[in-house]
Design a protein around this ligand. Structure first.
Ligand code: TXA
Ligand code: MG
Length: 344
């Protein structure tokens, strides 16, 4: 299959948006920019179209997809029940990086929900994504547009590196501003539960909802992959080819650890903070300032992919703080590292 390229930087590029929407109307797959990461979109109401997403990504069938709508009004026919909490959250965070899980209506096929009776919904903030949903005229199921297990894509080039020839089209809408996926919050239970940290922080959610429980899978290695409440939070994920290890310690300790590992092995890369640079010798890849979690999130996946391009064998990551969006950065790195952490 030849993957068509569109460059769409504004929702005013009507003719290109209509062409991409026409592909979706035929049941095809279009990778689209969102403010978090690129998504691989198909008609969420069409089981066959959705099956093609799983095939292109090599994604396990039991891992449900997020359904993207262009406004809160489009939610009603897709869910069985919703309550006042949804309106509060939508007013505070939509459009934006928050995904809400609710009991699904019969309009959502089980292909989309991975066999579950719930559905994950979000209104993306990227104007091109919203224009595409509106032009299609149906909600779009879209997981991150990477091969299953790989780091999520934050540019159209990342999408093509994984999926060129396997999908109908990709829309180049520039580099994703947030860089890390949405926060996944379940409202399908009495106390709201954060299943995956992301672009909307736990503190921000508690300001609107009161108590929000943190699912154990946010920090801990799942004992049994089958029992994870958000199937996407399984063991190893977001990982480049290189072996990733998280390292906790100050700048001098981190640099000394990197030096020791380089005596034992070739192609050891440091993935570091700006503040670490004076302590390190090349090769290193910087992913932001120590206290700048927003930049770390924005750079994270691009830097993990760069490590592969540079043929890193081992990537030693200076462990980020876990506050705000930093919790999401830490959560992804834990999985990229298959939970390997070195404490110095
Ligand atoms: O920012 C994002 O969320 C991006 C963009 C494209 O919107 N999408 C994304 O999709 O990250 P994906 O498929 O890579 O991750 C979706 C996560 C997975 O961990 C999945 O298991 C979880 O959401 N999920 C989806 N529906 C669920 C449901 N009904 N119950 C529990 N978890 C669900
Ligand atoms: Mg993903």
């Amino acid at each position: 299959m030849k993957t068509q390229r569109f460059c769409i930087r504004s929702d005013r590029q009507r003719s290109e948006i209509e062409q991409a929407a026409a592909i979706l109307k035929r049941g095809g797959l279009v990778a689209m920019p969102t403010e978090t990461v690129y998504g691989l979109a198909a008609n969420a109401l069409d089981g066959n179209a959705v099956r093609a997403i799983f095939a292109a990504k090599g994604r396990p069938q039991d891992n449900p997809l997020i359904v993207h709508i262009s406004s809160l009004e489009e939610m009603e026919p897709l869910v069985k029940t919703a309550d006042a909490r949804v309106s509060l959250l939508a007013a505070a965070f939509w459009p934006g990086p928050l995904t809400i899980i609710l009991p699904k209506s019969e309009r959502i096929p089980f292909e989309t929900s991975g066999g579950l009776s719930t559905i994950a919904l979000r209104v993306p903030a990227h104007p091109v994504a919203r224009a595409l949903i509106a032009a299609a005229g149906f909600p779009l199921a879209a997981p991150s547009a990477n091969s299953s297990g790989k780091p999520s894509p934050t540019t159209a080039a990342h999408v093509l590196a994984d999926l060129d020839g396997k999908i109908d089209a990709v829309i180049d809408g520039g580099t994703c501003a947030v860089g890390i996926e949405s926060t996944v919050l379940s409202l399908a239970e009495p106390v709201p539960r954060l299943l995956r940290p992301g672009g909307t922080s736990h503190v921000q959610l508690e300001e609107v909802l009161g108590e929000v429980a943190l699912d154990s899978a946010v920090f801990a290695k799942p004992k049994d992959n089958r029992q994870v409440s958000s199937p996407g939070m399984k063991y190893r994920h977001y990982a480049p080819q290189a072996r990733v290890t998280l390292v906790r310690g100050n700048a001098a300790e981190f640099a000394a650890y990197v030096r020791r590992q380089r005596k034992k092995q070739n192609a050891v890369f440091a993935m570091c903070f700006t503040e670490d640079i004076p302590f390190l010798k090349e090769p290193f890849l910087c992913y932001g300032g120590k206290a700048d979690a927003a930049t770390q999130a924005q750079q994270l996946f691009a830097v993990l992919r760069q490590a592969d391009e540079l043929a890193a064998q081992s990537v030693l990551v200076h462990c980020p703080a876990q506050e705000g969006i930093g919790l999401a950065v830490y959560n992804r790195l834990l999985r990229a590292a298959a939970f390997r952490i070195v404490e110095l």
